[in-house]
Design a protein around this ligand. Structure first.
Ligand SMILES: Nc1nc2c(c(=O)[nH]1)N[C@H]1C(S)=C(S)[C@@H](COP(=O)(O)OP(=O)(O)OC[C@H]3O[C@@H](n4cnc5c(=O)[nH]c(N)nc54)[C@H](O)[C@@H]3O)O[C@H]1N2
Ligand SMILES: Nc1nc2c(c(=O)[nH]1)N[C@H]1C(S)=C(S)[C@@H](COP(=O)(O)OP(=O)(O)OC[C@H]3O[C@@H](n4cnc5c(=O)[nH]c(N)nc54)[C@H](O)[C@@H]3O)O[C@H]1N2
Ligand SMILES: [Mo]
Length: 758
C-alpha cells in the first residue's frame, strides 16, 4: 500500500533533539532568514527583494495572509516571509536537461525537499502518453493539446480546475470565468482543506464567511483568544500585532495542545529592545487543551456566562435587537454535562472558571483561530459555538471585538471573493451571465475530496492545477495518487517543481509561471495584480525582479490563451484581458459586490477595505436577518485504549508542501522530519521509549491499513493522548472519507493512530 518514501527523507542519522524553545523570533529569526535568502538569492538580490516585501510600491509577501497595517517598517518581513521569497527568487533553475536526466518515475522517488530545492521551472514541458520523461513543448502546442483534451471529454464535468491560494484576484477571476464558460463548477481549492469550516460556520451564523476584525481592532481589544494556531511559525507578523495589543492593554489567552514558542514569549526583531531584551510574554493564560476539545471549552464558557450573576454578563440589549435563537440555545447550553467537558478538554473546572473571570473583565473580545479548529469532524459546530460565545456579550460589530479566522495562503480569501468556489451563489452567476452573455452552469461542482473520489472512480479524467501541489496537500496519499494516475491528463501551472509533476495522468503538462516577485509586462505595458488579505483589505502587488526565465507566462496569460484555444466561440475578449489587467478589474467591478471603481481604488496607497455588514453596520445578512445563535451537540471524541489522537502540523521550516529545510527550531528538532511528538506519560503507558523507531498506523472505520513508516518518537509536552507529526509525510494516514460535517474538510488534526515498533 505505502509507496517507498524518498531516501533523504528517511535518513535520520543527523537528527538532533533539544529542549523546545520558550520564545520566538528576535535576532535568530532574522539571521536564519538572511542565511536562507543568501544561499538562494545572493547578496544584491536579497537586499533588493526583501526591501520590497509588503511595501506600498512592492509586492505582497507570498508567505501568509496577515495584513500589513498602515505604518510599514522598512523591513516588513519576517523570517518565514523571507524564506517564502527566497524560495521563489532563487537563482536555481530546472531546465530541459534536468527532465532529460530524470524520468518521471525517478522524480516520484524524490522527497518534497529535494524537488523544491531544484529551483524554478523555466519552460513548458509535456509528458506524452507512454513516455517516461518530460520533453519541451511550445506554449501554443501546449494550449492546443490541453484544449483538444478538454473538448474531447464526455462532459465539462469530467474536468477538475483546482486553485491554490497564491493566485492573484485577476488570474482567479479569469480562471473561474474560463471554467464556467467551459461549462463546469468543478473548482476545488486549497480552502476546502483549510478555512472552509470557518466560511461555513460564519456564513450560517453572521451571514458572511469572513472575519469581522481589522488590525486596529486588535489594538483596541481587552482580551484576545488565539485558538488552534501557531503564529510564531505560520503568521510571524501577527506576533508584532499581539505585542502591540498587549502594550495597549489586552490580555491574551492561548488555547493549544502544544506550548508553541511563539505564543509564550516574543522578541520583536523590528524593535531595538527585541534583539537583546527578554521579550514580551504573549499568553497571559495558556489552556493546554486536548485535540478537538474546543467545542466543549466554549460550551462550558457559554454555560458559565448564562449562569453568571455578574452584572452585564450577557449583552441583553444586543441579544434582543440582533440575535436569533436565544431560547433554544440557552436551554441546550444549560444542559451541558461537566464530566464531558473535562474529559474532552483535559482542563480542570478551575482553569475554565478562571478563564470566565478574564471574559467577564473584558468589554471587547476577539477570537483568532486557524487550522487547529478547522480540520476536525466537528469544526463547523466548534466555530459556531465560538460565534455563540461572542454574541452573548455583543462582541461582533463593534470596535475591538469580533471573529478573526487567520487565513493561510496570501490570497486564498481573494480567490474566493473572485468566484473560485464549487458552490457559487446564484447572484454571482447571474452577474457573470449579465456581464459576459453566457449561461453559466448552476449545479454545484466538486470540492477537493469529491474531486479525488471522482478521479478515483473515473468520473473525472482531466485535472488542471492553478498553483499548489494537489497530490501532496490532499489526504489519503495512496488513494489520491492512484486517482491522479488514472486521469487522461494532468496539468500544473507552477513556479517550482513538486510531487504533483511526478504523479501524473497518462499525459502531463507543466506550465511554468511568473511569481509575485517578478515583473509582468504585457502588450499594454507593465502590469500589477491585486490580493485580499485575511481582514478583507485589497491592495496591489507589483513584482520587480527579472523573470526566472524568458519563457514564463503570467497566470493571467496562461488562462486567457488556454481559454482562447479551448473556447474559440465564447465571444469573450480574452485578448483584451491579457493585454491589460485593468480590463479584468473592470469586469470584476461589475460582477463582484464591493469592487465598484476597482481600478481607481486599487491605485490608492494601501488599497481599500471590502464592506462587511456585521462589522460595519451590525447588519447580519443571514436567512433570519439576525445573527444566529446555534445549538451544537457535543460528542466527546473517545480514542480506543492504546491509541493516540494525531494532529498533522507544520514545522518551522516548511510552507505547506514546500520543505525549506529539515529543522523545526522552536520545537527543538534538527535535521529530521519523520518524528512524532508524544506526551511522556503516554509513552510510559504505551511502553515505548523516547527516541524509539515506530510506524504510525491509522485506524478508521473502513478497516484499510494506512501506514507511515519509520518515525522517531520524541517525548514532548503535548496534551495527554494527543500526538503531533508533520504534514505532508503523514497525509497517507488521513482517510479520504474522514471529513468535517458541512465543510467536508479532511480531518487532518484528528487522526486515530497506533504506534507500532518499526
Ligand atoms: N511559514 C509558514 N507559514 C504559513 C504556512 C506554512 O506552512 N509555513 N501555511 C499557511 C497556511 S496555508 C495556513 S492555513 C496557515 C496555518 O497556520 P496554523 O493553523 O498555525 O498551522 P498548523 O501548523 O496546522 O498549526 C495548527 C496549530 O493548532 C494547534 N491545534 C491542533 N489541533 C488543535 C485543537 O484541536 N485545538 C486547539 N485549540 N489547537 C489545536 C496545533 O498544536 C498548532 O499549534 O499558515 C500559513 N502560513
Ligand atoms: N495533513 C494535512 N494536510 C493539509 C494541511 C494540514 O494541516 N495537514 N493543510 C491544508 C492547507 S491549510 C492547505 S492551504 C493546503 C495547501 O495546499 P496547496 O496550496 O495545494 O499546496 P502548497 O504546498 O501551498 O503549494 C505549493 C506549490 O505551489 C506552487 N506555487 C507557489 N507559488 C506559486 C504562484 O505564485 N503561482 C503558481 N501558479 N504556483 C505557485 C509551487 O509550484 C509549489 O510547489 O494543504 C492542506 N493539507
Ligand atoms: Mo491553508
Amino acid at each position: 500500500m505505502t509507496r517507498k518514501a524518498p531516501a533523504d527523507d528517511f535518513d535520520d542519522s543527523g537528527l538532533e533533539v533539544t529542549e523546545p524553545k520558550t520564545w520566538a523570533a528576535g535576532m535568530p529569526g532574522v539571521t536564519a532568514a538572511l542565511r536562507q535568502s543568501h544561499a538562494q538569492m545572493g547578496t544584491a538580490r536579497t537586499a533588493l527583494t526583501l526591501l520590497r516585501v509588503n511595501q506600498r510600491q512592492g509586492f505582497d509577501c507570498p508567505g501568509c495572509a496577515w495584513p500589513e497595517g498602515d505604518h510599514r517598517h522598512i523591513a516588513e518581513f519576517c523570517e518565514n516571509g523571507a524564506k517564502a521569497v527566497a524560495e521563489e527568487a532563487t537563482r536555481r533553475r530546472v531546465t530541459r536537461d534536468f527532465f532529460a536526466r530524470y524520468s518521471v518515475a525517478e522524480l516520484a522517488e524524490r522527497s518534497d525537499h529535494w524537488l523544491g530545492q531544484q529551483g524554478r521551472l523555466t519552460e513548458p514541458m509535456v509528458k506524452r502518453a507512454g513516455a517516461e520523461h518530460y520533453e519541451p513543448i511550445g506554449w501554443d502546442e501546449a494550449f492546443g493539446l490541453l484544449a483538444a483534451e478538454l473538448n474531447a471529454l464526455g462532459s465539462p464535468d469530467e474536468a477538475v480546475f483546482y486553485t491554490s491560494g497564491r493566485t492573484s484576484n485577476e488570474a482567479a477571476f479569469a480562471y473561474q470565468l474560463f471554467a464556467r464558460a467551459f461549462g463546469t463548477n468543478n473548482m476545488p481549492d486549497c480552502s476546502n482543506m483549510c478555512h472552509e469550516s470557518s466560511g461555513s460556520a460564519l456564513s450560517e451564523t453572521i451571514g458572511i464567511g469572513k472575519g469581522s476584525v481589522l488590525l486596529e481592532d486588535l489594538y483596541q481589544a481587552d482580551l484576545i483568544f488565539v485558538v488552534g494556531q501557531n503564529p510564531g511559525t505560520n503568521h510571524p507578523r501577527m506576533l508584532s500585532a499581539l505585542e502591540r495589543a498587549k502594550r495597549e492593554g489586552a490580555r491574551v489567552i492561548a488555547v493549544n495542545p502544544l506550548p508553541e514558542a511563539g505564543l509564550m514569549r516574543f522578541k520583536n526583531p523590528q524593535r531595538p529592545s527585541g534583539v537583546t531584551g527578554k521579550g514580551t510574554v504573549l499568553a497571559d493564560r495558556f489552556l493546554q487543551i486536548r485535540l478537538n476539545g474546543d467545542l466543549a471549552l466554549f460550551q462550558a464558557l457559554n454555560r458559565l456566562l448564562l449562569e453568571s450573576d455578574a452584572p452585564g454578563a450577557l449583552d441583553e440589549e444586543f441579544l434582543a435587537a440582533h440575535a436569533h435563537g436565544f431560547a433554544a440555545f440557552r436551554e441546550h447550553a444549560l444542559a451541558l454535562d461537566w464530566d464531558d467537558v473535562l474529559e474532552a478538554t483535559g482542563l480542570t473546572r478551575g482553569e475554565i472558571e478562571a478563564t470566565l473571570g478574564d471574559v467577564l473583565a473584558a468589554k471587547k473580545i476577539i477570537v483568532c483561530w486557524a487550522m487547529g479548529l478547522t480540520q476536525h469532524r466537528n469544526s463547523v459546530p466548534t466555530i459556531r459555538e465560538i460565534v455563540n460565545f461572542l454574541l452573548l456579550r455583543g462582541n461582533i460589530g463593534r470596535p475591538g471585538a469580533g471573529v478573526c479566522p487567520v487565513r493561510g495562503h496570501s490570497n486564498v480569501q481573494g480567490d474566493r471573493t473572485m468566484g473560485i468556489w464549487e458552490r457559487p451563489k446564484p447572484a454571482f452567476l447571474d452577474a457573470l451571465a449579465a456581464e459576459f452573455g453566457f449561461e453559466p452552469p448552476r449545479e454545484h461542482g466538486l470540492d477537493t475530496v469529491a474531486a479525488i473520489r471522482a478521479m478515483r472512480d473515473g468520473r473525472a479524467r482531466l485535472f488542471l492545477g492553478m498553483g499548489g501541489n494537489f497530490v501532496r496537500a490532499t489526504p489519503d496519499s495512496a488513494v489520491t495518487e492512484a486517482a491522479l494516475r488514472g486521469c487522461r491528463l494532468t496539468a500544473q501551472v507552477s513556479t517550482k517543481l513538486n510531487r504533483s509533476h511526478a504523479v501524473t495522468g497518462e499525459v502531463a503538462l507543466i506550465l511554468p509561471t511568473l511569481g509575485r516577485t517578478e515583473r509582468d509586462v504585457q502588450a499594454s505595458g507593465p502590469q500589477f495584480v491585486s490580493v485580499e488579505d485575511s481582514m478583507g483589505m485589497v491592495h496591489a502587488s507589483r513584482g520587480r525582479l527579472a523573470p526566472a526565465s524568458g519563457d514564463l507566462l503570467s497566470e493571467v496569460s496562461i488562462v486567457c490563451r488556454l481559454a482562447k484555444a479551448a473556447l474559440p466561440g465564447s465571444g469573450i475578449d480574452w485578448d483584451a484581458m491579457e493585454r491589460d489587467y485593468d480590463v479584468i478589474r473592470d469586469h470584476v467591478s461589475r460582477v463582484v459586490p464591493g469592487f465598484a471603481d476597482y481600478n481607481a481604488r486599487i491605485r490608492e496607497p494601501g488599497g481599500f477595505v471590502l464592506p462587511h455588514a456585521p462589522r460595519d453596520e451590525r447588519r447580519f445578512p443571514t436567512a433570519t436577518g439576525k445573527a444566529n445563535l446555534t445549538v451544537n451537540e457535543l460528542e466527546v471524541l473517545r480514542v480506543p485504549e492504546g491509541r493516540l489522537l494525531l494532529q498533522t502540523v507544520r514545522s518551522h521550516d516548511q510552507y505547506n508542501t514546500t520543505i525549506y529545510g529539515l529543522d523545526d527550531r522552536y520545537r527543538g528538532v534538527k535535521a529530521g522530519r519523520r518524528v512524532v511528538f508524544v506526551n511522556p506519560a503516554d509513552l510510559s503507558a504505551l511502553g515505548i521509549a523516547d527516541g524509539a523507531a515506530v510506524d504510525l498506523v491509522s485506524e478508521w472505520a473502513d478497516g484499510a491499513e494506512r501506514r507511515a513508516p519509520a518515525f522517531r518518537v520524541i517525548a514532548y509536552p503535548t496534551a495527554r493522548g494527543c500526538a503531533a507529526a508533520y504534514f505532508p509525510e503523514t497525509n497517507v494516514l488521513v482517510p479520504l472519507d474522514s471529513t468535517a460535517e458541512v465543510s467536508n474538510t479532511p480531518t487532518s488534526k484528528s487522526v486515530v493512530v497506533r504506534l507500532e515498533p518499526a
